[in-house]
Write a protein that binds this ligand. Structure first.
Ligand code: PAF
Length: 290
């Protein structure tokens, strides 16, 4: 597999593509690839002539140095997984100094209130870090389409906002959450869970599904109370937040309005591992949400 390491490599690769008039799809990742990533790559392969997967653990989006240090890194394994896909696939795996030089810091963005809630409230600076690296990757790689999972739904909406604000000509494609048989949303962090706790992890999705049902008849605040109580009773979980927010603007809902779409967002610690998940509350269920 062709692994590009430097910005120079990417520029050379891009100019070869341009000569052929090929359409390029980008799948930005932080590695530790799982089936959810592979489905993003497969979708990108189906919709583009050539696909570039970036693998870069971006330091500026981690507000906790311990979390950055523990984040799983497995480039060799990732390459093997990607090799199983039959498609014109390339990997960009730069080092930190290649992307940041000597100044490892994030730009400051104004994402119009979308970055102050949920993940942004509990991980200060996180979305500035995500914005900085995604903008840098898009500006360097100039893909026709870029693929992101709905698992990080707030990130997805913020990246859409980023591309509008910065007028970046790319199509942002959202892909559904891929779940384990017990409903746990696939995430690179899941591999950090010890087996006993892994067996408990389906509880997040079960609680989200119960919240979805309740939301049909109860207010957002009643539904959030229900979720808080359920987590309170679980001996292994420590709930960080439950929020119910407008799917477009990400603003927390006070009073439900007809014609608006809402989602529930949860982040919780299971032992030492921070997990997050989200579910649309009043949209038709997709097969993966059942
Ligand atoms: O979702 C991720 O894996 C990361 O936040 C991203 C988009 C690759 C930016 O580092």
């Amino acid at each position: 597999m062709n692994v590009l390491r430097t910005k120079e490599d990417v520029l050379r690769f891009r100019s070869d593509l341009l000569k052929n008039g090929d359409e390029l799809g980008l799948v930005p990742t932080m590695g530790a690839l799982h089936q959810g990533h592979l489905e993003l790559v497969q979708r990108a392969c189906a919709e583009n002539d050539t696909v570039l997967v970036s693998v870069f653990v971006n330091p500026t989006q981690f507000n906790n140095p311990d979390d950055l240090q523990k984040y799983p890194r497995s480039l060799e394994e990732d390459l093997k997984k990607l090799q199983t896909l039959s498609c014109d696939l390339h990997v960009f795996a730069p080092g930190v100094s290649e992307m940041y030089g000597s100044d490892i810091s994030a730009r400051k963005y104004d994402f119009k209130g979308m970055a102050e809630v949920m993940e942004g409230a509990f991980r200060p600076g996180h979305f500035d870090g995500v914005g900085t690296i995604v903008e840098a990757l898009l500006a360097l790689i100039l893909p026709k389409r870029a693929y992101f999972g709905e698992k990080d739904y707030q990130q997805l909406q913020i990246i859409r906002q980023l591309t509008r604000q910065q007028k970046i000509p790319v199509e942002i494609i959202a892909c559904p959450i891929v779940r384990e048989p017990d409903g746990l949303a696939m995430s690179s962090r899941n591999r950090l869970l010890p087996k006993r706790l892994r067996n408990e992890a389906g509880f997040i999705f079960q609680t989200l599904k119960a919240a979805e049902t309740l939301f049909g008849t109860k207010s957002a605040s009643r539904v959030k109370d229900y979720v808080r109580d359920a987590f309170q009773e679980h001996p292994d979980f420590n709930l960080e937040y439950i929020e119910i927010a407008d799917s477009e603007t990400l603003q927390p809902v006070n009073r439900k309005q007809k014609n608006k779409k809402y989602r529930a967002f949860i982040a919780a610690y299971l032992g030492e591992v921070r997990l997050s998940d989200t579910l649309a509350l009043n949209e038709p269920s997709l097969p993966h949400d059942n």
